[in-house]
Design a protein around this ligand. Structure first.
Ligand SMILES: [Zn+2]
Length: 141
């Protein structure tokens, strides 16, 4: 299992809302009901105020590539290599960064700051894992 994939597909009390939403194609992070901070991956405790009062919060915004690596490792049998792994952040959701594969463009066309749409694809263990879709330049906002 490659650590760059980000959140491991292990379902526990903290990550269950994430995986359930992922199967429905929705990105859910952990929101603190005490101070409003949002965290990903979910930990069951607020990274900001240490409150354990958290609730799943859905992110529907378009993301922005924060960092990227081009991966040549084939960790799924039918995965095309090379591919770009991106770490995506969301304007308006500080503290949330989600890793996933980038689809919709060649790996060498991936760049930091490019816009991506949230998506999912089948991952190890039957889980749906985050997989971002490149937004073509000039492809609206
Ligand atoms: Zn908090």
């Amino acid at each position: 299992m490659d650590a760059t994939i980000g959140i491991p597909p292990a379902v526990n009390e903290e990550t269950e809302p994430f995986w359930t939403a992922a199967q429905q194609g929705r990105l859910v992070v952990e929101g603190c009901t005490a101070c409003g901070a949002e965290s990903f991956p979910p930990r069951g405790i607020c990274r900001s105020c240490r409150s354990r009062e958290t609730a799943p919060t859905e992110i529907t915004d378009r993301g922005v590539v924060y960092s990227l690596t081009v991966n040549h490792q084939r960790w799924l049998p039918d995965l095309e290599v090379p591919y770009a792994m991106v770490l995506v952040e969301f304007p308006g959701h500080p503290g949330v960064r989600v890793a996933g594969r980038l689809r919709g463009c060649d790996p060498e066309e991936a760049s930091i700051g490019m816009a991506v749409d949230i998506g999912f694809e089948p991952g190890p263990g039957g889980c749906a894992i985050p997989s971002f879709v490149a937004v073509p330049a000039g492809g609206g906002s």
